[in-house]
Ligand binder design. Structure first.
Ligand SMILES: [Mn+2]
Length: 360
């Protein structure tokens, strides 16, 4: 794990933030920096010191997980008061807080305690470090992706009319865990028949029926990292319209994957797929963005959509997932996860994705 490099990278951000210390309280960010997986933890980083704070319950877990670039502090009376004590002792002048993860109550409490130290609001500091995945992260994410590749192959042999969407989701979850995942990375979507028109049609008690197209959006968590993959299959021989819509999404998805590369703006990435779907006459039916970043969280920056900001850069991992949703009729989505490389993008997902819809 490159945790000491991550700490260095965080420290390197301090001057730009006009801070001499930062308090990281978001548990995902804490895990990123300190490899700690418990539910009570905080990181305080100054220019020269790094502290990991937790309470008595996690004393031995912290000793086991937190690298020795951190001094472990067991807080007697809460993490925030302990952080205040450390900040005063470190004689810092300005300390950054994670505005998106610090409650107003916590901030008010600590501001009183750290005076004359000034509390500075910061946003997305550790999240920006997490934007580009290092080799250790990539290795884990590849495993999370492989779990889903295998689980999808398995479920193709299981799907049949009469099974409920929930039963399908349960089987997916069971198979994920058998392959080393701690569980699904989000509420698994199994949307069959008319429910396919719901982009986020979480598995229901509806039974699969012959002739249904079934959209399955599935992801696994492996060692704290998420995967995300969507496939649409058909129970039986597809109608001409089902095949046409599937193939349009397939083409939009395949072409968009080919275009992803460093320097491409997040808006342009979205446009590639959108143009193909619009030209096929289904523009109105593609109501969400092309994709999103994935890492420790299932939805992370960057956002690939009409509203996306910035450009793709090497080391980002993004999804490419156009879809067509026809209300009260059907829906199709196809989604892969790609790593942006120095020259283009590498598709990490290996789950079968033929041009002709998989007919089961
Ligand atoms: Mn997704």
């Amino acid at each position: 794990m490159n945790t000491s490099l991550r700490l260095d990278n965080l420290r390197a951000r301090l001057p730009r933030l006009k801070c001499d210390a930062i308090v990281v309280s978001d548990l995902t960010n804490v895990r990123y920096l300190a490899s700690y997986t418990g539910t009570s933890g905080m990181v305080v980083v100054t220019k020269t010191e790094a502290f990991f704070l937790t309470d008595f319950r996690y004393k031995s877990q912290a000793a086991h997980q937190v690298p020795n670039s951190f001094e472990i502090v067991i807080a007697e009376r809460g993490l925030w008061p302990e952080a205040a004590k450390l900040l005063k002792r470190a004689k810092v002048a300005r300390v950054g807080f994670e505005a998106e993860h610090t409650s107003v109550a916590a901030l008010e409490e600590i501001e009183k305690k750290i005076k004359p130290v000034v509390a500075v609001s910061t946003q997305r500091v550790v999240e920006d470090l997490r934007l580009h995945k290092d080799d250790a992260e990539l290795e884990i994410i590849r495993r999370a992706v492989t779990v889903i590749d295998e689980v999808f192959a398995h479920i193709c042999g299981v799907l049949k009319p009469g099974l409920s969407e929930m039963e399908v989701a349960d089987e997916l979850h069971h198979q994920m865990r058998l392959r080393g995942a701690s569980g699904p990375s989000f509420d698994t979507i199994v949307a069959s028949g008319v429910r396919g028109a719901l982009p986020h049609g979480v598995a229901s008690h509806k039974k699969l029926e012959a002739g249904d197209m079934v959209t399955i959006d599935m992801g696994a968590i492996v060692d704290g990292y998420c995967s995300d993959c969507t496939r649409t299959v058909c129970l039986g021989k597809p109608t001409r319209e089902q095949q046409k819509i599937y193939e349009t999404v397939w083409r939009a998805q395949t072409e968009a994957c080919k275009e992803l590369r460093p320097g491409l703006s997040c808006k342009e990435a979205d446009q590639v797929a959108r143009r193909i779907i619009e030209e096929a006459g289904y523009g109105e039916a593609f109501g969400h963005g092309l994709g999103h970043g994935v890492g420790m969280e299932i939805h992370e920056p960057p956002r690939l959509s009409k509203l996306g900001k910035g450009n793709l850069t090497p080391g980002m991992i993004v999804t490419c997932e156009p879809g067509i949703y026809l209300e009260n009729q059907m829906g199709v989505r196809i989604e892969d996860m790609l790593l942006i490389t120095e020259t283009g993008a590498k598709n990490l997902t290996k789950a079968a994705k033929p041009r002709k819809i998989i007919a089961l």
